[in-house]
Design a protein around this ligand. Sequence first.
Ligand code: NDP
Length: 485
Amino acid sequence: MSFDFDLFVIGGGSGGVRAARVAAGDTGAKVGLAEMDRYGGTCVIRGCVPKKLMVFASTYAPMVDEAQAYGWSTELGDFSWTDFRGKLEAELDRLEGVYRRLLDGSGVQKFDARAVVKDAHTVELSTGETFTAKHILVATGGRPQRPDIANAELGIVSDDIFHLPELPKKILIIGGGYIACEFACILNGLGVEVTQYYRGAQILRGFDDEARGLIAEQMTASGIKLKLGTNIEEMRRATEAEISGAVSAENDGMGLPPEARGQASAGQDAGAGPVWVKSTTGEEEVFDTVFFATGRSPNTTDIGLEEAGVALSRSGAIEVDAFSQTAVPSIYAIGDATDRVNLTPVAIREGMAFVETVFKGNPTPVDHELIPSAVFTQPEMGTVGLTEEEARDQEPIEVYATSFKPMQSSFAGRPDRVMMKLIVSQKTRKVLGCHIVAPGAGEMIQLAGVAVKMGATKEDFDRTVAVHPTMSEEIVTMKSPTRSS
Ligand code: NDP
């Protein structure tokens, strides 16, 4: 049977684009790709890249304070969200252009359209075109999820944050995961008054307890009003009386003139004026903006997957085997749509492993072990391997940990603390986990990740000479275990 394409990819994010262009470029396969929004997907257009640029923007204010402590006579001026946002949009346009050109350059046929799976070998586009393909790769990603409470549409989600016409003066962030904590730090650094509600006992569930404790402490010290064991119970548009009450209480009008309060954010209702919120602890407060960072869902609805025989989990994630193959042998799926490890570099690897398996005759399972990652809070967290809690449940361990004031901010009189931590197997001496909370921890963990992935032992770390004076030298100079269990 002959097909229109060897491969049809649905979704032009990091994973889909990589798989499409490697299949076409390296193997000469005839590849089509449909993207209904912008090329680059969540990471490039509404995730990692714009987020990291906002992280950079948010770090200059404390740097000015620090510069003064180092003898510079410099003053902090105003931050122009409008100027920054304009440059950000231009940069995202440039990057989308790069993605489009990469696809063109490798011979992938692009369709700016929504695609639906019709059967094991057929896709139908919103343009009305129908194509057959020997293989279909679903790389449709995920989308932010609002909680199921009345008036939730009044809140914004992470997709909206990059398009705000103005920065809110006072924001409530709901959630305690990556996105909530990163944006709490970013917005706090940009001068927004940030309150964060997290329903659990400590933010960043799933990360090492000591590391997330230190991040929570530092976030609070930097001015974020972090309220643990607290969730949003009710929300609605604030009344004029509540707004003026909030204004007179704060005596600042929440930064927006009354006539501008109608357009504080993107989205239909989201952010179109101050919101009254009642928390589960009984507090009532008015915020310019409520930001839901309450998790993401796979984009798998209404694209014909179940009708074609593809199995989905209860959360809507596409069920795949180690080779990213679904229940329908000709259909594969990668990235956030499969809800395995929802990180850009992992989706890219899954895409590469798919091409290796299907187009290069080299069956390659995806390796999801020991993935280093970073949370771009301030300070950052870099982590690879098991947390102390996970390792302790698995086998006898030694924990090497140190927390100290780093030289740069300590000289400036700031109370910042950093942490370096190694979890070591008592039996094999292998480093099972490495957790760093420090400025630049994302950069550090990439390198520590190589050693941990190679199976380095504590003694291998000890044999490595310290780079002095750095923060990260502590990772090779911890001589005695802090505790064993
Ligand atoms: P997460 O799953 O990390 O966090 C969701 C948060 O929302 C949790 O704190 C969760 O609480 C809370 N929550 C969920 N439902 C509700 C509810 N109904 N009411 C109140 N709180 C709720 O999701 P994110 O959206 O932060 O991030 C999604 C994924 O994106 C991450 O898992 C990560 O893989 C990726 N990402 C990675 C980044 C990086 O690498 N630096 C940056 C940003 C995102 P609870 O803990 O109690 O479940």
